[in-house]
Design a protein around this ligand. Structure first.
Ligand code: CMP
Length: 147
């Protein structure tokens, strides 16, 4: 079943020139990049996008990080895109990823639990919500197609 997910290359990923490498890896793993754009998030945008984290102690720091520069947002598509993109990213804590998942994207371009250079939707519901947030034109689209 073809499935879509939202991927973000965060400000540290863009600043560190990891974009070409990450995109090459994405294509190598059989994803197609359906949509992409560079966005400068503002505080209000981060609060909506990461609403589920708004009461966490790290939230204000997350806002600072995610608004510190532009991000590249992409809609990726393949069978099991959501799980496969999360596997390719590796664990949230990039410092641990370096030890346990050395070939993952976060191991290569991330630093720690916050500065982890990429994001991926964690469920079909989040994928739907996150794709609609950045790409209004896809909001009526069926994210998981049935064959
Ligand atoms: P992401 O997978 O995009 O989802 C939420 C983000 O919040 C996460 O990546 C990190 O950038 C950040 N984050 C998650 N946990 C922590 C934490 N314990 N401390 C600081 N930042 C965090």
């Amino acid at each position: 079943k073809a499935q879509k997910t939202l991927a973000i290359i965060k400000p540290d990923g863009l600043l560190g020139n990891y974009t070409d490498d990450i995109k090459r890896t994405i294509l190598e793993y059989g994803f197609s990049i359906v949509k992409e754009k560079i966005v400068q998030l503002d505080e209000a945008g981060v609060k909506i996008f990461y609403a589920e984290h708004s009461s966490k102690s790290f939230f204000s720091s997350l806002v600072k990080y995610m608004t510190s520069g532009p991000v590249l947002v992409m809609v990726l598509e393949k069978d099991d895109a959501i799980a496969d993109w999360r596997a390719l990213m590796g664990p949230t804590d990039a410092s641990k990823a370096k030890i346990t998942h050395p070939h993952s994207i976060r191991a290569k371009c991330g630093l720690d639990t916050q500065n982890n250079c990429v994001h991926g939707s964690d469920s079909i519901n989040s994928a739907q919500r996150e794709i609609s947030f950045f790409f209004k034109e896809l909001s009526a689209d069926i994210i998981t197609e049935h064959d």
